[in-house]
Design a binder for this molecule. Structure first.
Ligand code: OAD
Length: 261
């Protein structure tokens, strides 16, 4: 396995994964960075991360959409097309493999993601809970019916919903000030009950409620792991902190737990 990369806890984490019966993984934008998608805050070095280039209050709130639906829709359409063009990287693929290995031996695996890009599903992950929705699906502002728009730029801004005359489509993502989908929160809580290994992967761990899960796991005595390129507020709280790129660390952890393949 890739211990040569200098990650002292890889062996411990691989061994814990090899034993675990009920695994929860939380991912954030860092895991998709190696697929070419921008993070939101990133690390100190990431001057092109989204919230350093754009003001979220003018783009990612219901009030922003009400005030200027065209600008908000153009921005989300630009990101939607970027997500559709992106391909999963070895970090995504490793998580899909870990799920297959654990479920094949009768264990439980749940992938909670804050990402809206659908790259986990594209990599083959199945038990994915989208805490912040999806940028690939859009929904009618009038009746909430969901649709997957074709992979071309929208022709009109905002695009009209097919179901309710005069109502626009909006991205099916969670904006600042909005609640997380109740079904996603319930699925996350069900996964947390009985979890015996928790991994926090590629997230700055500052946005709640998602950032609360690792803290809950640690407070409950569940072994916790962080895989992140840069230190975060939870780095000192987890049992094993692996400061590495997810595309390097996750395949090495999977190989250590389940063998090369
Ligand atoms: P952030 O941009 O806040 O954090 C990404 C983390 O990934 C940072 O800690 C980076 O250091 C790390 N990182 C970058 N590249 C990496 C790599 N190759 N390997 C490992 N780690 C890497 O993104 P999130 O934590 O996902 O919410 O942000 C949480 C939420 O804030 C998002 O879901 C979004 C945003 O506002 C909504 O839109 C509702």
């Amino acid at each position: 396995m890739n211990d040569a990369a200098g990650h002292p806890h890889l062996q411990d984490v691989a061994a814990a994964l090899g034993r675990a019966g009920s695994v929860v993984v939380l991912t954030g934008a860092g895991i998709s960075a190696e697929s070419g998608l921008k993070t939101f805050r990133g690390g100190e070095k990431d001057m092109d991360s989204l919230w350093k280039q754009f003001d979220p209050m003018t783009l990612a709130t219901p009030e922003a959409f009400d005030a200027d639906p065209e600008t908000v829709t153009r921005w989300y359409d630009w990101r939607r097309l970027g997500c559709l063009a992106a391909e999963p990287n070895p970090g995504h693929t490793a998580l899909a493999r870990i799920e297959r290995e654990i479920t094949a031996r009768g264990g439980r695996f749940t992938l909670l993601t804050q990402n809206v890009d659908r790259l986990h599903q594209k990599a083959g992950s199945r038990a994915v809970v989208e805490l912040h929705g999806s940028i690939i699906e859009w929904r009618c502002v009038g009746c909430s019916a969901r649709t997957v728009p074709p992979p071309e730029p929208f022709e009109r801004f905002p695009p009209p919903a097919a179901c309710c005359a005069g109502e626009p489509l909006r991205p099916d993502v969670v904006w600042f000030g909005e609640m997380l989908p109740a079904s996603a929160l319930h699925a996350a809580e069900a996964a947390m009950a009985g979890c015996d290994l928790f991994l926090s992967v590629g997230t700055s761990s500052v946005v709640f409620p998602a950032a609360g899960f690792v803290r809950l796991a640690a407070a409950s005595g569940v072994p916790t792991v962080e895989v992140n390129r840069d230190p975060t507020p939870i780095s000192g709280l987890v049992r094993w902190s692996i400061l590495a790129k997810t595309g390097d660390a996750l395949p090495a952890i999977a190989a250590g737990a389940f063998g090369v393949g």
